[in-house]
Design a protein around this ligand. Sequence first.
Ligand code: 5RP
Length: 233
Amino acid sequence: MGCDWVEEAKRRAAVEAVKNIKDNFIVGLGSGSTAAYAIEEIGRMIREKGLRILGVPSSYQSLIMAAKFKVPTTTLYEHPLIDLTIDGADQIDRNLNLIKGGGGALTREKVIAASSRCLIIVADERKLTDNLGRGQLLPVEILPFAEPLVTAKIREMGGKPYLRESKKGVPFITDNGNFILDVDFGVIENPLELERRLKMIPGVVETGLFVGMVKAAYIGTRTAVKKISVSGE
Ligand code: 5RP
């Protein structure tokens, strides 16, 4: 219905990004529907090319996908340094700063990203934006206990927080047992400054802002895949 090209664009982006994986790599497995295509493709490479790859899942969803596509998994305890992580995003700006967390996996995704030598993003072109926050809420994972405090502090900062629900009246619970506030900040002029201010609020576990972490993005368009790198290469 009008978006028939989107699933194909996601898959093409994921398949192209997976070509960066080499034998013996430890690979961070992102969350969401686009990252799932990457996990499927990694499974195919293991099966058909015999590559020895271990995945570090960023969520129960990606753990289950890894099991489904027969990608062996490991943990940060065994492999604290990840060679390459492939993950999705909800918004991507020109500098490859991101808003993530649509699926609620932002905290583990950011830990995995920060443990990686290289973070590659896969997405369809609807995710590209000139300004983070335009038409996009920012997910913030919080301790349930701290919800009244964090909500009040975010309102003082000018944000409009909405508690994410899994069904009406029931809070969404993350893999870490926490709540998510989806916050309307309008256009985010300075993502790093906003990240700093949010992280200073007691009870904020993590934010969906990924600033200066991405090496390259593979963007699926209606007909092709476009690679955007920080270095412009
Ligand atoms: C989950 C995420 C996802 O990567 C993001 O929401 C994109 O998902 P999709 O590829 O399904 O659009 O950040 O926390």
